[in-house]
Design a protein around this ligand. Structure first.
Ligand code: NAI
Length: 425
């Protein structure tokens, strides 16, 4: 029988109080969710819905979960990474009316999947995932639930890739919103959120300077360009590695050096992987690296740095600081790996994920997508769907309002001009 977080902790009430303090701080800086809270409380758009969630359980996520419960839903949640859960926040969530939390820090693989199974007991009508573990579990183990599922929402790039692969194989049997792909999410969360929080966590975990170092960024997608920008802003030299010629050129035009990983390996002091791919840094690269390099991953899964090969090469391995594992090679060089090669901004001992304001936007999109699935369950077929533009705009408008930023409005003449094709002069 999988235990809830309250059953796991010695003093759940103390944990709950600390978790609530963290949630209150986050909530005070999330104007989009605050606005939605008012309308969800008044209109109860999720009345009768049961939501199964697998997400990083920390304070910002908790504010989203509480919002869904305020909107009338019954919610069950677990983590989407064994190291990103904060037990006190999980305890505070579990104490919210209508919420059951199975998320616990540091669970092993079996417990991780047992908790997903326990969440499915909520008998969901909607799912919310970060990485697609819940949706794949339901397809594999509980296909009987699929007819009742109105749809789901996916938070991250890797999850959307997995869902598109399922859809291509004809194996995705209910509708999913690619929340990751909306402008209000990708252009802020992936770029600025990952950039800021990954670089901040590398600096805090190591207590080493970034200025004057060479930072190698693997992958120049949304996350990679954010990491590169923030590393440059911290006065590092940035080297980018890519496999896509256009993204490599973009990095080049932004003024970064572009190299194959095996050459970059010899130049870097700090390495950050952001590809969503596996085996991006491997044995041949470790062999080129200087003594004392720092390796961190900001992609979703812990497969970007091949730690099995590094372990093979190493003579000894020890934790030299909280969250820093030193692999000592036979020739005396030391390679330092942060957060076990898992998401450095979420899974390290000091990690708190993205800045609050950024997650307000991402979770604003999540909340309006859940509301949309509850309101219009028949509008979407099985498969991956873009989030309707009107929902993304709604969230952007609330944010602009909260920031007290005014913008211009199209005049009728301008709208007509933009929509017409028959004028060339
Ligand atoms: P993206 O698809 O925009 O970028 C990935 C880039 O990596 C692409 O340009 C691709 O060509 C490149 N790439 C693929 N294999 C490579 C290889 N072997 N060597 C060098 N480059 C390679 O994806 P995005 O949005 O930047 O996401 C990347 C990863 O970060 C995903 O796993 C995503 O789920 C995760 N993510 C992590 C966050 C965090 O909090 N740390 C937040 C958002 C996304």
């Amino acid at each position: 029988m999988t235990r809830t977080i309250a059953e796991r902790l010695d003093d759940p009430e103390a944990a709950q109080a600390e978790g609530r303090r963290k949630m209150d701080w986050a909530e005070a800086h999330m104007p989009i969710l605050a606005e939605l809270r008012e309308s969800f409380a008044a209109e109860q758009p999720l009345d009768g819905e049961r939501i199964a969630m697998a997400m990083h359980v920390e304070a910002k996520t908790a504010v989203l979960v509480e919002l869904l419960a305020i909107g009338g839903a019954e919610v069950a949640i677990t983590g989407c990474n064994p190291l990103s859960t904060q037990d006190d926040v999980s305890a505070a969530l579990h104490a919210v009316d209508g919420v059951t939390s199975y998320a616990a820090h540091g669970v092993d693989t079996e417990e991780y999947y047992d908790a997903i199974e326990a969440v499915v007991d909520v008998d969901p009508t909607i799912t919310v995932d970060d990485g697609a573990d819940m949706v794949t579990h339901i397809h594999d183990e509980h296909p009987e639930l699929i007819p009742q599922l109105k749809g789901g929402c996916e938070e991250t790039t890797t999850g959307v890739h997995r869902l598109r692969s399922m859809a291509d194989d004809g194996a995705l049997d209910y509708p999913m919103f690619a929340v990751n792909d909306t402008p209000m999410k990708t252009l802020f969360d992936n770029v600025h959120g990952t950039g800021e929080s990954a670089m901040a966590n590398i600096a805090m975990t190591t207590n080493l300077a970034v200025a004057g170092k060479t930072v190698v960024v693997a992958g120049y997608g949304y996350c990679g360009r954010g990491v590169a920008k923030k590393a440059s802003g911290m006065n590092a030299d940035v080297v980018v590695t890519e496999v896509d010629p256009r993204r490599a050129l973009e990095a080049h035009m932004e003024g970064h050096e572009v190299l194959p990983m095996n050459e970059a390996a010899a130049e870097g002091d700090i390495f950050v992987t952001t590809t969503g791919n596996r085996d991006v840094i491997t044995r041949e690269d470790f062999e080129q690296m200087a003594d004392g390099v720092v390796l961190a991953n900001a992609g979703h899964f812990d497969v970007e740095i091949n730690l099995a090969e590094l372990d093979d090469l190493a003579e000894t391995r020890r934790e030299v600081r909280d969250g820093v594992e030193e692999y000592a090679l036979p020739d005396g060089r030391r390679v330092n790996v942060l957060a076990e090669g898992r998401l450095v901004n979420l899974a390290g001992p000091l990690s708190m994920g993205h800045p609050v304001e950024v997650m307000d936007q991402s979770f604003g999109v999540q909340a309006v997508c859940v509301r949309e699935l509850a309101a219009n369950p028949d509008a979407y077929d099985a498969g991956v769907h873009e989030v309707p533009d009107r929902l993304d705009r709604e969230v952007a408008e609330v944010k602009l309002d909260a920031e007290d930023i005014d913008i211009d409005t199209l005049s009728d003449e301008q709208r007509e001009y933009m929509d017409s094709w028959d004028h060339g002069t």
